[in-house]
Design a protein around this ligand. Structure first.
Ligand SMILES: Cc1cc2nc3c(=O)[nH]c(=O)nc-3n(C[C@H](O)[C@H](O)[C@H](O)COP(=O)(O)OP(=O)(O)OC[C@H]3O[C@@H](n4cnc5c(N)ncnc54)[C@H](O)[C@@H]3O)c2cc1C
Length: 455
């Protein structure tokens, strides 16, 4: 029987463990190690005053099949919770006002999001020749080159902050938005690509399309189902301190309470953030550790506010809004969670989650909880013209929240995987490498499990 250790019980680690057991059957024995008391990593749901609050992701998009396939394999389809149709209405805060983001090209022409000059520049994308070489480029440079400065400022910068808590001047277009990068490579441009895909009847969504989907009890339902289905051991409050290669096997040393334990495994999957993986490989592969350390993370804080609905001053009819940096606000945006998933707030109440920090203003996400809540309330009050004081406030800080896929990330990750492949039985799988979305984590977990089992 092959003994496998998975270190880290976020969605990446737990899905990897699940798929290893599914593929390996009785030939594998899996042990999952998690440092925190509760598994889930960034994917946690907290209940406070009857509000169902996500500390990180509030779901996944159904335009990729991976999470849905996992849900099916776990037999928890009855827990799925599709976002309300109101979620299709998204807003952006421009020129001091909340403006609805157009859903299609016709709506775009009449929308106030961009000036006529900006719209014409965007439409001129059709005639812009593609970049000649395959080298990576920042999201800003790509967007300015193809659709112009105003689109960068009003549409893409807030989107980069919303998805990656990222800085478009540093984000790699190739790593962070591979579908967009491929449109230019394959079709010579974005408009040309979208038109061609429509003709080929492919899904013409290069951006984050699809319907946001979650679970009735919050994303925690998925984590709980994964933990319940894993037949092997899932250790919590277990901090893995050391990894030692030993005669073709791996000795894992961990701390639980005041005690130190060790055990030897045939394979080890590092599903921790990359800086933890770096610390664990440092003693036997300094070069791999150095490369892993190069992956940066953006801090982000999530502030959940519960309000009484009546007389709030805003109807919350939509998904929420994003804020371009040029508007000079402190929040990155806010999600109207109880409009998207109505059961997130008790009757007569609403739940709003504001995001603070990111690569744009990292220090804000690292401030004290009261200060973060004050900043967030001040901004949402002004932007949404809120009249009430919150009846519930909860702050969740993620000092190393989301990996920042900077220019050159794809090449860096290829090098990391090449170096790691020299160590038989050592695998890496987390959101640090090939996608931060829940779907990406699940897809990469499946691929990692295939490698572990077939090795
Ligand atoms: C605020 C926020 C909002 C997001 N929103 C969305 C969204 O709406 N949709 C979406 O698809 N994605 C979203 N994401 C991204 C997505 O949530 C993450 O990419 C994903 O949850 C990461 O999972 P992971 O398992 O790779 O890493 P993590 O969740 O970071 O898990 C790593 C685990 O390793 C453990 N660990 C670390 N060191 C050790 C050690 N030494 N020993 C044992 N265990 C250790 C940690 O405690 C942790 O549990 C969001 C992320 C954030 C932060």
């Amino acid at each position: 029987m092959k003994k496998i250790a998975v270190i880290g019980a976020g969605v990446s680690g737990l899905s990897t463990a699940f798929y290893i057991e599914k593929l390996g059957g009785n030939n594998v024995s899996v042990t999952v190690f998690e440092k925190e008391a509760v598994p889930g990593g960034k994917m946690l749901t907290v209940i406070k005053d009857d509000f169902i609050i996500e500390t990180g992701p509030n779901g996944f998009l159904d335009n990729k099949p991976y999470t849905l396939e996992l849900v099916k394999a776990l037999k928890i389809e009855n827990r799925l919770y599709r976002s309300s149709d109101r979620a299709r209405k998204r807003f952006v805060f421009v020129n001091g006002k909340l403006v609805r983001l157009p859903e299609n090209p016709v709506a775009f022409l009449s929308s106030y999001v961009m000036s006529l000059k900006g719209k014409l520049r965007l439409a001129a994308e059709y005639f812009i020749p593609p970049k000649k070489d395959d080298s990576d480029e920042s999201l800003s440079s790509f967007v300015k080159r193809r659709i112009g400065e105003e689109a960068l400022e009003k549409l893409i910068d807030p989107m980069a902050a919303g998805i990656f808590a990222g800085d478009p001047d540093k984000l790699s277009v190739k790593a962070a938005f591979p579908a967009v990068w491929h449109l230019e490579k394959k079709y010579g441009g974005l408009i040309k690509g979208l038109l061609a895909m429509r003709k080929e009847k492919k899904d013409a969504t290069a951006g984050p399309g699809g319907v946001l989907t979650s679970f009735k009890g919050g994303v925690k339902d998925l984590i709980d189902a994964l933990v319940a289905s894993i037949k092997g051991r899932v250790f919590t409050e277990t901090d893995v301190k050391k990894l030692t290669p030993e005669g073709g096997k791996w000795k894992v040393t961990w701390e639980k309470g005041d005690e130190i334990f060790e055990e030897t495994f045939d394979s080890v999957v590092l599903s921790t953030p990359s800086y933890i993986a770096a610390a664990l490989v440092q003693r036997f592969d300094r070069k791999l550790a150095e490369k892993l350390h190069e992956i940066e993370y953006s801090p982000i804080a999530v502030v959940a506010f519960g309000f009484v609905k009546k007389g709030l001053g805003h109807d919350l009819d939509g998904f929420g809004f994003l804020v371009p940096r040029t508007e000079g606000r402190k929040i990155l945006g806010a999600l109207w969670d109880s409009s998207v998933f109505p059961n997130r707030a008790p009757a007569g109440k609403v739940l709003i989650r504001a995001m603070v920090g990111g690569a744009r203003q990292p220090h804000l996400a690292l401030a004290g909880e009261e200060e973060i809540a004050r900043i967030a309330y001040k901004d949402i009050k002004k932007i949404m013209k809120i009249r009430h004081k919150p009846i519930m406030t909860a702050v969740f800080k993620h000092p190393k929240g989301i990996p920042h896929y900077t220019v050159g990330h794809v090449e860096k990750v290829n090098e990391i995987f090449k170096l790691a492949s020299k160590h038989k039985g050592l695998l890496l799988n987390s959101n640090a490498y090939r996608g931060v979305g829940v779907n990406d984590c699940v897809y990469n977990a499946m691929k990692t499990a295939e490698s572990v089992v077939s090795e």
